[in-house]
Design a protein around this ligand. Structure first.
Ligand code: NOJ
Length: 687
């Protein structure tokens, strides 16, 4: 990743107020910063009880009323293992501001260049026991973030963080899109309700719609060694709830050995924008992550792939050895030849290795990550991959046995590298995983650490990762761009076997504004055949054009075309869109959208001047007018439009589409009808 000179400018120490604030008789604002454009203002204060608080407003209208901050810790023996609530009895030692305006280049992404422009306020606090804690706030033009840090100090060598008290008290009640916090692998349908009606504890993130029509997105960034954040609502306040240990006890996050200020805890982040396109365009989360730690990134390659995969979900192939075993040498050879012919970079092989016989039944058996099944000739596949220029995408299902996988990581990734495998999909099918620290939620600190170790170890062997059953993404791909994509979504596979018949059409119109705001998603679009022999009542609630549009609407630098080669050959003209659409972009814009109803994205290819547009709708047919405002001026483009035919309908006629070619220029408008659960996809090429 390339870096531009960093004009990180310290403005200077604003205040060193020592004990004055602590003795104050009433809560008074002690420090205040504004976003670089002056739009947002953040105020930090202490109450008379020494409780730290912050408030946020936009152009003098309150967004967050004074909201709680703080941690509860158990300190080490120097303070007798006491439980200490760093949420009261605090005094302000110092406050310090700084600002930043820099641009950095992504290795891959929705944009090539990202601007990081923010104002920073650091408050240095001291508890009456003498323990010091800092809170760093960052205010961007489109939101705010804060995180706690513990400066090096004699009284605190080792400590456990038991609880976090961060809260968000909204001045006006938003509606939130959310899923319950116990949702296995985050695979659920997102539900919208006013926050005061949300009963359950919820997963982070929450997408917020405010009464004035503006939007918010509450999540965390840079989660590397801490339990994932969850959230619960009480009236108009949203509170943080750290993922507990699996036995339900407190979080017990051990920061040890203590490394001082640099050892950052994750950022708490609230994006706030007036419009949905601005919400989607926010890059706060990436800006809050550390710059790239991989020096040579030339081996990290975005690509589209196919795989021996959909057959297993349809039940026509098996992972384990059987007469219908999917990952055989013959099938893999056929898929790789198909990939080479149609320009795919890789072929995923699931069920290539020993261990699938008992993988979820009842306790997963040991998987072997370097022993292929006898009917999968890895050496001939490797030779073929060099010959064809198509890589095998490896697969490490663990069945939740992260504890068995972790000691094998070096061996497993060395094996991958030796076989020209540069991307591995990992999997953790088990709601509670076995970690080196015992049975824990995958989003526990132990889980978070495990996933990061996998990414770091893979990088040593020039392997990129597609993490299934992950912890909710928080922007780590900036630091480790070999983390290409992740699941953490009710993905396409549910449309093969879900008992409820498949995800409702609305689902895909919610995801760009919820799960995908957290980072690339391995949803696996591209169903081209809606017959499901084993589950005739379950299928993608989509027209074929809706499936095409997902390649633009759902961002992933590792993008799977999920269906079988023979199904793509049934509609070769529509398949040309999948063959052509890139998965690495120079710029991206949401042209239009309403969460849960429809969306239209336009993205420009990173390696050419071509633009791609994708639009999808929920169960309601609708007509949309798009304006080509994003095109270069004074230039004519050839637009190839893939759209639903007039009689298309996801239930009765999903295959009805037409492909038209027109010419257009910047500012032209085009009205396109979409069928129920339909969509459209456009390629714009300079004439
Ligand atoms: C669940 C994953 O999401 C899916 O893609 C994979 O095929 C199975 N686990 C088996 O690993």
């Amino acid at each position: 990743m390339k870096h531009f000179p960093l004009p990180f400018r310290r403005i200077g120490i604003l205040a060193t107020l020592c004990s004055l604030a602590f003795l104050g008789a009433f809560a008074k604002p002690l420090t205040r910063i504004a976003s670089p454009d002056g739009n947002l203002q953040l105020t930090f204060s202490l109450t008379t009880k020494g409780e730290p608080q912050y408030a946020l407003s936009r152009q003098d209208t309150a967004i967050l009323l004074p909201s709680a901050l703080g941690m509860t810790i158990i300190a080490d023996s120097t303070v007798n293992g006491q439980t200490i609530h760093l949420s009261n009895n605090m005094r302000l030692l110092a406050a310090d501001t700084a600002s930043c305006d820099t641009v950095w280049e992504t290795v891959w992404g929705e944009e090539q260049f990202i601007r990081d422009q923010h104002t920073q306020l650091t408050v240095c606090l001291q508890h009456r026991t003498g323990i010091r804690m800092n809170i760093v706030f960052r205010l961007f033009n489109d939101g705010m973030a804060f995180r706690y840090s513990f400066p090096e100090q004699k009284k605190l060598r080792r400590f456990l963080i038991m609880d976090e008290h961060s809260a968000y008290t909204f001045a006006s009640e938003p509606q939130a899109w959310s899923i319950p916090w116990r949702t296995e692998y985050y695979e659920a349908l997102w539900q919208k309700a006013p926050i005061s009606q949300k009963q359950d504890t919820l997963c982070s993130p929450l997408t917020l719609e405010f009464p004035d029509g503006s939007y918010g997105f509450l999540h965390e960034a840079a989660l590397t060694d801490f339990p994932a954040q969850n959230l619960y609502c009480n009236g108009q306040t949203i509170h943080t709830y750290l993922t507990p240990l699996a036995d339900g006890t407190a979080a017990h996050i051990q920061k040890s050995p203590f490394k001082g200020d640099l050892e950052g805890l994750p950022w708490r982040m609230l994006i706030l924008t007036r419009t949905l396109p601005d919400l989607v365009a926010s890059r706060i989360m990436l800006n809050l992550n550390e710059p790239c730690r991989i020096e040579d990134t030339s081996w990290i390659k975005p690509m589209k792939y196919i795989g021996i995969w959909w057959g297993m979900h349809l039940g026509t192939m098996t992972w384990h050895q059987s007469p219908t075993h999917g990952a055989t040498t013959a099938n893999m050879t056929r898929y790789m030849q198909f990939a080479a012919q149609h320009g795919f970079g890789g072929v995923l092989a699931e069920g290539w290795n020993e261990g699938w016989e008992t993988w979820v039944n009842p306790v997963p058996k040991h998987f072997e990550y370097d022993i292929p099944y006898p009917d999968f000739d890895i050496d001939s596949i490797t030779r073929l991959s060099y010959q064809l220029g198509v890589e095998m995408i490896g697969h490490h299902e663990t069945g939740g046995r992260a504890d068995e996988y972790e000691p094998q990581l070096d061996k497993a990734f060395a094996y991958a590298q030796a076989h020209n495998i540069h991307v591995v999909k990992t999997g953790y099918v088990a709601p509670i995983i076995h970690t080196v620290d015992g049975l824990q939620w995958n989003k526990s600190q132990a889980g978070v650490r495990h996933y990061r170790r996998v990414i770091e170890t893979a990088a040593k062997y020039q392997v990129s990762i597609d993490n299934h059953e992950p912890v909710m993404p928080t922007g780590l791909q900036r630091t480790y761009p070999n983390l290409l994509t992740q699941e953490g979504v009710r993905g396409q596979e549910w449309n093969a076997w879900a008992g409820d018949g498949g995800s409702p059409a609305e689902h895909v119109t919610v995801l760009p504004f919820t799960r995908i705001m957290c980072g690339p998603v391995d949803y696996t679009p591209g169903v081209f055949n809606f017959d499901n022999p084993n589950n005739p009542n379950t299928r993608a609630h989509a027209t074929l054009m809706n499936q095409l549009a997902l390649f633009v609407c759902f961002y992933s630098p590792l993008q799977m075309a999920c269906d079988l080669p023979e199904h793509y050959m049934q509609h070769p003209d529509a398949f040309t869109f999948i063959k052509q659409v890139p998965c690495d972009w120079k710029q991206s814009v949401l042209l239009d959208g309403r969460i849960g109803d429809y969306c239209v994205f336009a993205r420009q290819d990173r390696h050419s001047d071509d633009w791609y547009v994708g639009g999808i709708t929920d169960e309601n047919p609708r007509e949309l007018t798009i304006e080509f405002s994003f095109l270069e001026p004074n230039t004519t483009y050839t637009a190839t439009i893939f759209r639903d035919a007039a009689d298309a309908d996801w239930k009765t006629n999903p295959y009805a589409y037409r492909i038209d070619t027109i010419h257009c220029r910047k500012g032209d408008r085009l009205t396109i009808p979409m069928a129920s659960a339909g969509g459209f996809a456009i390629i714009l090429h300079k004439r």
